[in-house]
Design a protein around this ligand. Structure first.
Ligand SMILES: Cc1ncc(COP(=O)(O)O)c(C=O)c1O
Length: 453
């Protein structure tokens, strides 16, 4: 039997990893240089061909010691890189170096947060961070999730367990698709979709819906809509929920990060009235995926997630003082995503994180101003967070869609698309705090050049 390959942890781990990290870092650099832009040119076929070539024989009889370099290079070359200022389509942010470094430690140590005997320190860290982050937004506790979708699902599950299977979701037409999807998944009644003219939930229409429907209701508002980065009128919605006895969930997957900024935090006013809040630091928080949280106002609501599996949380172990972790998630094996979050919070502090938030919001305002002053473009509205919707004047929807695809295909810029006011808009979601004003001007020039053919 040949010597097995080295492990990432244990006494040999650091020395075994060090040269591999050099390989990875070099391949990341070379792959990015080979790409030369925000995403690979040539569209899906060209990328698939290069990947097929890099993979070759996936499970060869004899292994290939160069596979790490080859595949990391291929992935970097074929990446849509959110660290490139011209990559600004989605809530897909560039992770901070320090967060990625912490995530490496999480991979090496490989704690699993389903039982204390697999994650003694990680579980203690998670307990502190989840509580303190919830307190930041005026709630009591939180659970770590894989992102906004899982947080929204958990929020609906907690509502169902608190109010029964007849609880009906009431959400805006602007809500993320994961909310009605969670209602479907959990077997809840057909959701009521309230109009959201102009992109935010209309309180008068919500009032009407809450009056019309009897039975337990769960209102889901959004702080930071996917399409336009708008924030529903949370205090008014909270007031309506209180008046009608409805439960309130706020999906702050995007906007939740504003809490770190003295300048923007007040936009989240009303959040503290929610029963549950979705947060997601892989959006406005500069974390590698995954970094979701579901915050809860009443920790006792979490009791319904309690689960017993003798190999993980035997009663006598729990009685003897071993923390019972199974009820902290619907998952079993679970990564310590909390480590990179904790490292980021401590490294940057409130001031550092707030400055990043302020920076991307300022860049969005600057980009909006560029659009507004350009006779060839129309601006949808002033940005509330860091999303800017714009379109070439007089372009048809088909032309806007084709323009976006041309930029993607040529690998020159990654812009999103959003339908608002019955028209199709280009979407720039600015999450990169290093993006400079001249790079935004270049982005607009690129779009202008592509518009003109
Ligand atoms: C408002 C909102 N909620 C939830 C989600 C889903 O988050 P995730 O993709 O992390 O599951 C998104 C994704 O963009 C979102 O914009």
């Amino acid at each position: 039997m040949p010597t097995p390959p080295p492990l990432a942890s244990g006494p040999e781990g650091p020395d075994a990893l060090r040269p591999l990290l050099v390989t990875v870092l070099d391949a990341l650099r070379d792959g990015r240089l080979a790409r030369g832009g925000p995403l690979p040119a040539g569209g899906p076929e060209a990328v698939a061909e290069r990947i097929a070539h890099a993979v070759g024989d996936l499970l060869p009889d004899e292994g290939d010691p160069d596979a790490l370099r080859t595949l990391v290079h291929a992935l970097a070359e074929g990446a849509a890189d959110p660290a490139d200022p011209l990559c600004a389509a989605h809530l897909h942010g560039p992770p901070l170096a320090v967060a990625a470094a912490a995530d490496l430690a999480a991979s090496v140590l490989n704690p699993s947060l389903d039982s204390w005997d697999q994650a003694p320190a990680a579980s203690a860290l998670e307990a502190v961070v989840t509580r303190e982050l919830a307190h930041e937004i005026g709630l009591a506790d939180s659970l770590v999730t894989t992102g906004g979708t899982e947080s929204n699902q958990l929020a609906l599950l907690l509502a169902r367990e608190a109010h029964g299977g007849s609880v009906r979701l009431v959400c805006g037409a602007n809500a993320h698709h994961s909310l009605p999807r969670a209602a479907w998944l959990l077997g809840l009644p057909e959701p009521v979709v309230v109009p959201a003219p102009g992109g935010t939930l209309d309180p008068a229409a919500l009032d009407e819906a809450l009056t019309r429907f009897s039975g337990p209701l769960l209102v889901a508002a959004t702080a930071g809509t996917t399409d336009a980065g708008l924030i529903d009128p949370l205090p008014e919605i909270a007031g309506l929920c209180a008046a009608h006895g409805a439960r309130l969930h706020v999906d702050a997957a995007y906007g939740g990060g504003l809490v770190f900024s003295d300048r923007h935090r007040e936009k989240l006013s009303g959040l503290e009235a929610a029963h549950t809040v979705t947060l997601d630091l892989h959006k406005l928080g500069w974390q590698p995926v995954a970094a979701g949280l579901l915050a809860v106002a009443r920790p006792r609501d979490l009791a319904v997630l309690r689960q017993h599996a003798d190999y993980l949380n035997a009663d006598d172990d729990t009685e003897a003082g071993l923390p019972d972790l199974l009820g902290r998630s619907l998952r079993t094996t679970r990564r310590p995503d909390v480590l990179k979050i904790a490292v980021t919070l401590r490294t940057l502090g409130r001031t550092g994180l707030g400055a990043l938030v302020d920076q991307v919001c300022a860049r969005a305002r600057e980009f909006a101003a560029l659009v507004q002053h350009h006779p060839g473009f129309e601006l949808y509205d002033r940005p509330v967070i860091s999303t800017v919707l714009f379109r070439p004047v007089k372009a048809t929807d088909d032309a806007v869609a084709a323009l976006r695809r041309t930029l993607l295909h040529d690998g020159r810029a990654v812009l999103g698309r959003a339908r608002m006011d019955g028209r199709l808009w280009l979407k720039a979601t600015l999450l990169n705090p290093h993006t400079r004003p001249d790079e935004l001007a270049h982005l607009l020039k690129l779009v202008e050049g592509t518009t003109n053919g």
